[in-house]
Ligand binder design. Sequence first.
Ligand code: HEC
Ligand code: HEC
Length: 451
Amino acid sequence: MHPQISAIRFAVPLLAALAYGACDRQPAATPPPHPSAAVIAAAAAARIDTPPPPLSPTARLGQQMFFDPALSGSGKMSCATCHDPAHAYAPANALPVQLGGPALDRQGVRAVPTLTYLERTPRFVIRPDIRFDPDEGRLAKAPRPALNARPGGTRGQAAVQPAQSVPEGGMDWDGRASTLAEQAGGPLLDPREMANRDTLALLARLRAAPYAKAFAAVFGREALDLPEHGLADAYQALARFQIEDRSFHRYDSKFDYVLAGRAQLSAQELRGLALFDDPHKGNCAACHLDRPSKNRLAPVFTDYEFEALAAPRNAALAANRDPAYFDEGLCGPARADLTGRQDLCGLFKTPTLRNVATRQVFFHNGVFHSLKDVLRFYVERETRPEQWYPRRADGTVEKYDDLPPAHRANVDRGDAPFDRGAGDPPALDQQEIEDLIAFLETLTDGYRPAG
Ligand code: HEC
Ligand code: HEC
């Protein structure tokens, strides 16, 4: 965040004005101006007011599949079992990870993410470390310390291929599926999830489904007899449902009403927003982008990049009983194509924060159960590490205990609020943490303005 812009943002209570209204005061070095506050507000209002268009036949098919437990090996688990529409497409329970498999007794290894606000996720790429502007509101972001030039040097030391060093986009915590369609096959075939024995078993289930006729009407009569085509069509239908159905991206939170100029943040929520943006306090907006893009798209509170934040090891996961097992995100073991990239070990995707206040578990390993704990971790990881990590036999604290020692250098220590040392005051005090949470609560879909 450019200091001048952040100063403007804190000054004016109305979010639209505060964030976007002051293009004439932007530094000359940032050429294309942001749309005016009025344009932003009109776009936000249109998102709230425009009724959703009817689903295409392909998306309707995907909808039926999404809620169909008969597509699983157990016969009892659908996508919605883990991605419940009543919980922003996250689980209804508070388990750190869910149980699946043929007998619904196999524990997964990662927390179930929300499926909301994935529709603009770019394909996974590892791109050169130059700031470009894909019109995602990034211009507003500081020359954020480049990944391989961060103070504290964490990834700097490890950056073996600086020319291709910024991973971005994709589905799952490690971006291993590039698109929604590519992702859809994962859970259907995962032995810990919907556990179809193989693709032929899945095809047989689709052929027996009550919507097999609809499938043929959309994709052709032979579609389900041609294994490769049939499955690609099925995954496409699941993706279309998630892209077309408004319930996945409603853009009707209080925050969106504020953008539209139809609601005001409370004093506490405003304080929370200021902390969210302040590069020396929360600094959340450095990664969880909170400004509309130049083409007026609403912010989704992620830059789609990956970071190593070193969440503590979660003893509740069966996989973690093996001391040699580490879930290292980009470098595996769930994804297998980047195992040679030591500099990417421990990095996970920055998730959207929309609907985050409805979640019951947080971070890729589900180790946290409240926003308060998440925020305390953010500000105490460096200042009071003993609160979060176990002690070794000799009494020293084993920081970053969910990464093998060789990869702990990848942990982000350059960005606030991590840029402090043991014993320093945390970047946020208790009241500030509560203010930030009040702001995060404005990101929950389904706000109804008073009156
Ligand atoms: C047993 C629980 C479970 C079921 C059933 C399940 N998922 Fe998931 N889903 C997960 C988990 C866990 C992840 C994160 C996986 C990872 O990061 O490796 C995930 C990730 C996703 C993502 C990526 C989200 C993101 O933020 O990148 C999408 C999309 C998705 N699931 C769609 C589906 C669809 C469609 C189905 C049904 C075909 C389905 N899921 C069934 C547990 C489940
Ligand atoms: C350097 C980038 C970065 C900064 C700065 C940052 N985050 Fe995050 N955030 C991430 C990443 C990456 C994850 C996922 C980490 C993981 O699962 O291992 C995450 C996860 C979260 C989650 C859990 C979401 C979920 O679905 O489980 C919350 C809540 C959150 N961040 C809020 C914040 C807040 C509030 C701030 C400011 C105090 C902040 N973040 C600052 C990158 C960042």
